[in-house]
Design a protein around this ligand. Structure first.
Ligand SMILES: Nc1nc2c(ncn2[C@@H]2O[C@H](COP(=O)(O)OP(=O)(O)OP(=O)(O)O)[C@@H](O)[C@H]2O)c(=O)[nH]1
Ligand SMILES: [Mg+2]
Length: 201
């Protein structure tokens, strides 16, 4: 299994155009505000690299973390948080969209969904878009699975998969507090990296 040895905070970007070209594969974490993206990155890396908060809207820019000097984990801003200025709120989905459209190194997306919530319009829009891009793998993560009993979590898992018309097996139930899902995620990352050829090779 992939071992995370080193994690270096690389940089924060407020504009996609400012992100330099690189040959490192990028693995991005995307989802509604407060869904648990930064917590997931910290849990995978076993350290507090990404800033988390119980207040939605914590991550407002794109944060890059270099892992094992081999690939980047990309913490994207959450969408759908109402309490920021309208201008900023509007710029979020656009920044995400721009990121998704412009990073040729992007090879894997973890699409996070709160296990307790029905996917909303933003989630659906993103998922539909992602399904159409053949070069980007999507792995769905149901976060905060500790909030439900196992049987309730299984029910929610089935329901969300059906709702999104995605194979149930493409979802990983995750819990930071209950230590669930980490090996599965690391395995997905490892498999994707094995397949990844840096452009130009
Ligand atoms: N119970 C439980 N709480 C979690 C879990 N993962 C994250 N949280 C909590 O959810 C809240 C939001 O977590 P973040 O990681 O900051 O969420 P985010 O998606 O990065 O949010 P933005 O940066 O605002 O987009 C925090 O209070 C976390 O402690 C989990 O697996 N279980
Ligand atoms: Mg965050």
């Amino acid at each position: 299994m992939l071992k995370i040895k080193t994690v270096d905070f690389f940089k924060t970007f407020v504009k996609v155009s400012a992100i330099p070209d690189s040959d490192y594969p990028e693995i991005a974490f995307i989802g509604r505000s407060n869904v648990g993206k930064s917590s997931l990155i910290n849990d995978l890396c076993n350290r507090k690299t990404a800033k988390t908060s119980s207040t939605p809207g914590k991550t407002r820019a794109i944060n890059f973390f270099r892992v094992n000097d081999l690939f980047y984990m990309v913490d994207l801003p959450g969408y759908g948080y109402a309490k920021v200025s309208t201008k900023e709120q509007r710029s979020w989905p656009r920044m995400i969209e721009e990121y998704l459209q412009n990073r040729r190194q992007l090879c894997l997306i973890f699409m996070l969904l709160d296990i307790r919530r029905k996917p909303n319009e933003h989630d659906r829009m993103l998922i539909e878009w992602l399904k159409q891009v053949p070069d980007i793998e999507i792995c769905y993560v149901l976060t905060k699975s500790d909030k439900f009993s196992t049987s309730k979590a299984m029910q929610a898992h089935t329901k969300i998969a059906l709702d999104l018309m995605v194979d149930k097996r493409d979802f990983i139930r995750y819990s930071v507090t209950k230590k669930r899902g980490r090996p599965e995620i690391l395995q997905v990352i490892e498999k994707t990296l094995e397949k990844y050829d840096s452009p130009g090779d």
